[in-house]
Design a protein around this ligand. Structure first.
Ligand SMILES: Cc1cc2nc3c(=O)[nH]c(=O)nc-3n(C[C@H](O)[C@H](O)[C@H](O)COP(=O)(O)OP(=O)(O)OC[C@H]3O[C@@H](n4cnc5c(N)ncnc54)[C@H](O)[C@@H]3O)c2cc1C
Length: 414
């Protein structure tokens, strides 16, 4: 089955990776059909989904550039030059992300980014979106996907040749590959959950430095906040599920109020609604998904979170998923058949996605704990000095965030 002999390519899931991939494959001339379980976000009111805003860095930017949509995305983004670390006594200091002016990351609304990508893909005449269509996984026959139309409950089958599953961390397609023993999956849940909260604007303006990612590190847990264009910040509390200082303890508005007054007094005054908002927003879980066997021959491929969900502490899940898309397209020039392409994709990407999974876990400790440590700060200053003097010296964080030409594996091992 050569790459060009197929009638079309299916994409399962019009999230961040699926919609970017639709543009890239569409621009390459493939007839693309994208199945998405949610309603069309261009018609429905925006639903933030798993997180309201995300940090976009160089690997993600490269994918957007390749798809020709960067100029549409950048107006949605707010630059973040460093981490503003808020200590318990109210002292706040900015730790710059890099030593060069272009070493910055961006905060971007997930919903707006997703909608922009869908709009760009839908403009291509050979890309079709089919919303409200839930994929139930592979049916018994080898190359057939079982689908359910969410508007009327109708179950139908669609040929899977070839299908790229970008249906996210809880992928149904991955489950069905696992059931067929094509994939083996190891899920490592984190014992910390998250909750998103709002820091409102004052007179339409940000109440803190807008061009920074704010962190209130407290050792075993932390609060972070990313700026939005409308003057608000989206804050995220990362906290253990059980034990002392845990979600289990926060069972009433008074308990939440007391916890914020004790642990985040500086942030609390900026979040008057927090005791009530806390109970209106869902408590999300986090974890790492390690999959071996990302493809069924040339019929089905897992990509993005469906293949390798990671914890969000390096701000790389989406960036990595966009890099997946760019790498798949790059490999198309070297492979004539779908099975060969999918095999090469897994061989090339899996060591890299394992590496970023590890670095993302390590970065949780750095964000909630190490940034407070004097020794860490001294080492960071020394590293910055070294970097200024020797352009060949690049710290690991910078390799991951600002140097897409350096692979995740190289960033981890060098
Ligand atoms: C709290 C939090 C903060 C994060 N912050 C960052 C960050 O700052 N930077 C960063 O790079 N990454 C971040 N991430 C990670 C990022 O959200 C993911 O890595 C990224 O969304 C992966 O894209 P994806 O397209 O693979 O999956 P998704 O974006 O989850 O898209 C999956 C799509 O598939 C659809 N779908 C699911 N199942 C089916 C089905 N059975 N049939 C049809 N459609 C289906 C879904 O509706 C969705 O549209 C964060 C994650 C979390 C949880």
């Amino acid at each position: 089955m050569s790459l060009t002999s197929v009638a079309g390519v299916n994409i399962i899931g019009a999230g961040l990776a699926g919609s970017l991939l639709a543009i890239l494959l569409g621009r390459r001339g493939f007839k693309v059909t994208v199945y998405e379980r949610r309603p069309d976000p261009r018609l429905a009111s925006a639903n933030g989904g798993r997180s309201i805003n995300l940090a976009l860095a160089a690997r993600g930017i490269r994918g957007l550039e390749l798809a020709g949509v960067l100029d549409r995305v950048m107006p949605l983004a707010t630059v973040m030059r460093g981490r503003m670390v808020h200590e318990h006594d109210g002292a706040a200091a900015l730790q710059m992300y890099g030593v060069r002016p272009n070493e910055v990351i961006y905060s971007v609304s997930r919903a707006q980014l997703n909608r922009t990508l869908i709009e760009a893909a839908a403009r291509l005449p050979n890309v079709t979106f089919s919303f409200d269509q839930l994929c139930l996984g592979l049916a018994h026959e080898k190359t057939v996907l079982e689908m359910r139309d969410e508007k009327n409950g109708r179950i139908y089958h669609t040929a899977a040749q070839p299908s790229i599953a970008t249906d996210g961390a809880g992928s149904e397609v991955r489950d069905s590959l696992m059931a067929r023993e094509v994939s083996t999956v190891r899920e490592e849940p984190l014992d910390h959950d998250y909750k998103e909260l709002t820091i409102p604007a004052r007179d339409g303006k940000h109440v803190m430095e807008p061009n920074a990612l704010h962190i209130w590190p407290r050792g075993g847990f932390m609060l972070i906040a990313l700026p939005n264009l409308n003057g608000t910040f989206t804050a995220t509390l990362f906290l253990a599920r059980h034990g002392t200082n845990s979600f289990d303890e926060l069972t009433s508005p008074d308990a939440v109020d007391g916890f914020f007054a004790r642990e985040f007094p500086g942030a609390k005054v900026l979040m008057p609604e927090v005791p009530h908002e806390f109970f209106e927003h869902p408590q999300g879980s986090l974890g790492t998904v390690y999959t071996r066997g990302w493809h069924l021959g040339g019929d089905v491929l897992l990509l993005g979170d469906a293949a390798h969900a990671i914890v969000p502490f390096h701000g790389q899940g989406m960036n990595c998923a966009f890099e997946d898309c760019a790498e798949l397209i790059r490999l198309m020039d070297r492979h004539q058949s779908w099975p060969g392409l999918f095999q090469a994709f897994e061989a090339e990407r899996r060591p890299n996605t394992d590496a970023i999974a590890q670095m993302a876990l390590e970065n949780y400790v750095e964000m909630r704990e190490a940034v407070l440590d004097d020794e860490y700060r001294k080492k960071k200053k020394e590293a910055e000095e070294l970097e200024r003097k020797d352009p060949n010296f690049i710290p690991r964080y910078s390799k991951v965030m600002f140097h897409p030409e350096i692979s995740y594996t190289a960033a981890l091992t060098r």
